[in-house]
Design a protein around this ligand. Structure first.
Ligand code: SF4
Length: 270
């Protein structure tokens, strides 16, 4: 069998290192402006075994929309201009007020990306997101998601999204088993030509890996002194805000131990 790259050329990008979920859509940084990655909620209709942050139907946490509207309407965090914002989760479509946030960001000149699993999302919601100004949609899919989202519905979701949104990418997480490769070979020929696919290796950060450090989620330990925060913001390329309103270091965002927490969202805006 030919490789995906041989068959589909530039439509497929293969990454050798996994990318923290909230940074999908914010790759290929080209400016010195700040990227803001917002993990809006831990609500999701699925409950994948490999979920990097325990999201699922029982998720109840979300970032305050008032705080986010305040940041996005100013277009800045401290003195840094925000160039791009990425909305993820959990499932960002389950966050009430997503479209309002997208509109606010766009009117401040911020480019907007969303990453979704697409599970339970209907076409009118994609239409509304596009009308709000979303520039880029990344749809994640793999054999874990396929338990909650059958292949036919997934293909239809992506092709509908491609009608409304300019840049649509399928992000496929794989452990390169035959099962994964066959799934990709089945899906790609059925997807609109303008849609690209990024293949990432599966990282070992799912529910099982997190279970050992779950007690750390309860900790309130702050890693950075308040006086150091302006310098952190000045020098950061990307800031990730978790659904519990903690800021995480980008490289370690897949690990939710207290040692990776930098400060609280309130420390950046008040
Ligand atoms: S669809 Fe994504 S956010 Fe939802 S449980 Fe699965 S991995 Fe987590």
């Amino acid at each position: 069998m030919k490789s995906l790259k041989e068959l589909w050329g530039d439509r497929v990008t293969i990454r050798t290192a996994s990318l923290p979920v909230p940074l999908a859509g914010l790759e290929d940084r080209r400016s010195d402006e700040l990227d803001l990655a917002l993990i809006l909620t831990n609500k999701c209709k699925a409950a994948c075994a490999h979920c990097y942050n325990f999201s699922g139907p029982k998720g109840t946490m979300e970032i305050s929309s008032a705080k986010l509207n305040s940041i996005l309407s100013s277009g800045r965090i401290m003195e840094r201009k925000i160039g791009r914002v990425g909305f993820s989760g959990g499932e960002p479509f389950s966050y009430y007020g997503l479209n309002q946030l997208v509109e606010t960001a766009k009117s401040s000149g911020i480019s907007v990306a969303c990453i979704t699993g697409g599970i339970g999302v209907v076409p009118s919601e994609i239409d509304e997101l596009a009308a709000s100004g979303c520039d880029k949609l990344t749809v994640s899919y793999d054999r874990f998601h396929s338990k909650f989202f059958c292949e036919d519905d997934f293909v239809s979701f992506v092709n509908t999204a491609a009608k409304y949104i300019n840049t649509v990418t399928v992000q496929f997480v794989t452990s390169t088993t035959d099962q994964d490769v066959n799934l990709m070979h089945r899906i790609l020929p059925r997807i609109e030509e303008k849609v690209r696919m990024t293949i990432l290796p599966l990282s070992h950060t799912g529910r099982a890996a997190h279970a050992k450090t779950k007690e750390n989620l309860q900790s309130d330990k702050v890693a950075m002194k308040l006086s150091d925060i302006p310098s952190f913001v000045r020098n950061a390329d990307q800031i990730v805000v978790n659904f519990d309103e903690w800021i995480f270091g980008v490289c370690d965002v897949a690990k939710f131990g207290s040692e990776n927490r930098i400060c609280r969202l309130d420390d950046l805006i008040f």
